[in-house]
Design a protein around this ligand. Structure first.
Ligand SMILES: Cc1ncc(COP(=O)(O)O)c(C=O)c1O
Length: 502
């Protein structure tokens, strides 16, 4: 656990514990009896760690301070800390303080996503991947158009490290049309958004650098950053898809002074949250003041599902000087992930450094795929494809929610207005155990901890809007069966507790 060590003050911890009560997230003691005060306090702190609201390895307040903030006796806090220590959720050093921890035996799947390759899925419903099938006939048309444009490129060596000039121009024009004046020199085409984030990490997030991330966040990017040797500093998302907790962000930017921060403002993966415009402005200001470069991943931004929702201006709109925000985009959700086309929008000097950083990685992105995206952007194909995407995704989302309501009525979630993912609290059961049981029953879901830093979110799974009504129905049926097995103790897994709260 090589994370940055944060601390949580007594007032802040009291506020977080209080908010558990208001959102119904308190711990129900087994057997229905009222738990002693120390036990409720210990369970409350444990839940905050599991939900990522208090990071792992965060320093807790001294017993006396917490007792005062909660208006309980110091003995109660001491007993709660002792219980947490006994269960492996707290580590203390005499005279130095106490830090949150996760028990050693707890399997922490803090790793990326591993969807099945399409040919291997068979009868398994694979909800591991938040990506849709191609919006035909536009894929075919785009490649027919691209083939027509190919001959002049055949006379070159075909290696365009910054991207084809025509695609850089088309992407720049799209930003300009959205009210963000952009030149082609500000665009670099990459191998998917992942290629963009990888190049940025190479430049900014080397070994030992602190990177602030939303908690939860997109599992593959977290894993990429871990492997780059970055030290992740988690910042909890606000409740109920209200976007970012600006107070928490300000504190982390000020205290940890991370080199960079990675955020998904538009239909955040996994929660689906949409950060309001004012938050965007404030986060850019706070990042600028801290000298932190903000990476804004817009991969999901075209997937507005509800008509009454207006997308706020992009994060980079609040950085006219272009020195604080690097934007990442992708054709994967707007069009098709099979193309592997992404891009970066940044100041020209940053783009030049990124192109150089990429030179010995993947060199460049395939020409034909770039021509296909250029064709789409220069015709009505892009907007028409997005319209298809939106209506399919909306139908999938509604079908999934409907099936969940009937089969898993005690799962909790806020239905997002866009994006591709639903972040579901699994009724107090372990998401990891549900994922394991689901795997045996023919449904694959990623469990919550994949989206957290160091073991948070045990009580969650992520469900994508990628399957139609009949499949969603079957998936929910299998998940309900998996949840039933976990609740009844019939699953085999050894270490993870069945319930994550009790
Ligand atoms: C926020 C976010 N960023 C990046 C990606 C990966 O994008 P790409 O396929 O363009 O590499 C995803 C895919 O789910 C995503 O949700």
């Amino acid at each position: 656990m090589s994370q940055w060590t944060s601390s949580v003050g007594a007032t802040q911890l009291a506020r977080l514990l209080g908010s558990q009560h208001s959102r119904g997230g308190t711990v129900t003691p087994l057997g229905g009896r009222r738990a002693p005060a120390y036990r409720s306090l210990a369970d409350g702190i444990r839940l905050l760690v599991f939900e990522g609201r208090v990071p792992v390895a965060a320093r807790l307040p001294a017993e006396r301070e917490l007792a005062a903030a909660l208006s309980v006796s110091r003995t109660t806090v001491a007993a709660a800390y002792e219980a947490l220590r006994g269960e492996g959720f707290l580590e203390s050093r005499r005279g130095a303080g106490s830090w949150t921890a996760v028990p050693a035996g707890n399997p922490l799947p803090t790793r990326g996503l591993d969807p099945l390759p399409p040919e291997a899925a068979g009868s398994v419903i694979d909800l591991g991947c938040a990506a849709l099938t191609a919006p035909e006939p536009w894929l075919t048309r785009a490649f027919q158009g691209a083939l027509g444009e190919l001959p002049p490129y055949a006379h070159t060596h075909g290696d365009y490290p910054a991207g084809l000039p025509a695609l850089r121009q088309a992407l720049a024009d799209r930003y300009t049309a959205r009210g963000i004046p952009t030149m082609p020199e500000q665009i670099m085409v990459t191998t998917g958004a992942m290629g963009a984030v990888a190049a940025i990490c190479k430049l900014l997030a080397g070994r030992g650098e602190r990177v602030a991330v939303e908690s939860p966040s997109y599992a593959n990017v977290l894993q990429l950053m871990r492997e780059a040797g970055a030290r992740l500093v988690p910042v909890a998302m606000a409740d109920r898809l209200a976007g970012w907790d600006l107070a928490a962000w300000r504190q982390v930017l000020r205290d940890a002074a991370p080199r960079m921060a990675y955020v998904i403002a538009d239909f955040h993966n996994p929660t689906g949250a949409l950060a309001p415009e004012e938050q965007r402005r404030e986060l850019v200001e706070a990042a600028r003041a801290a000298g932190t470069v903000l990476i804004a991943d817009e991969t999901m931004s075209d997937l507005v599902l509800d008509e009454d929702v207006e997308l706020p201006r992009p994060v980079c709109a609040f950085d006219p000087a272009g020195s604080s925000v690097i934007t990442v985009g992708s054709a994967s959700k707007s069009f098709w992930a099979g193309l592997r086309i992404g891009w970066v929008r940044a100041a020209p000097d940053i783009i030049r450094s990124l192109v150089a950083a990429r030179a010995w990685a993947d060199l460049a992105t395939p020409v034909l795929d770039q021509l296909a995206v250029t064709w789409l952007l220069n015709t009505e194909g892009w907007e028409e494809s997005i319209a298809i995407r939106r209506s399919t995704t909306r139908e999938n989302r509604d079908a999934l929610v409907d099936a969940l309501q009937r089969h898993l009525p005690d799962w909790e979630y806020t239905v997002p207005h866009g994006g591709l993912t639903l972040w579901a609290r699994t009724g107090g059961l372990s998401g990891s155990r549900i994922a394991e049981a689901g795997e045996r029953l023919g449904v694959r879901v990623p469990s919550g901890p994949r989206f957290g830093v160091d073991g948070a979110f045990e009580g969650y799974v992520r469900l994508p809007f990628t399957v139609n009504g009949a499949v969603a129905e079957e998936a929910a049926t299998r998940l309900a069966e998996a949840a039933h097995l976990v609740a009844s103790g019939a699953t085999a897994a050894a270490e993870t507790p069945r319930t994550y709260v009790a």
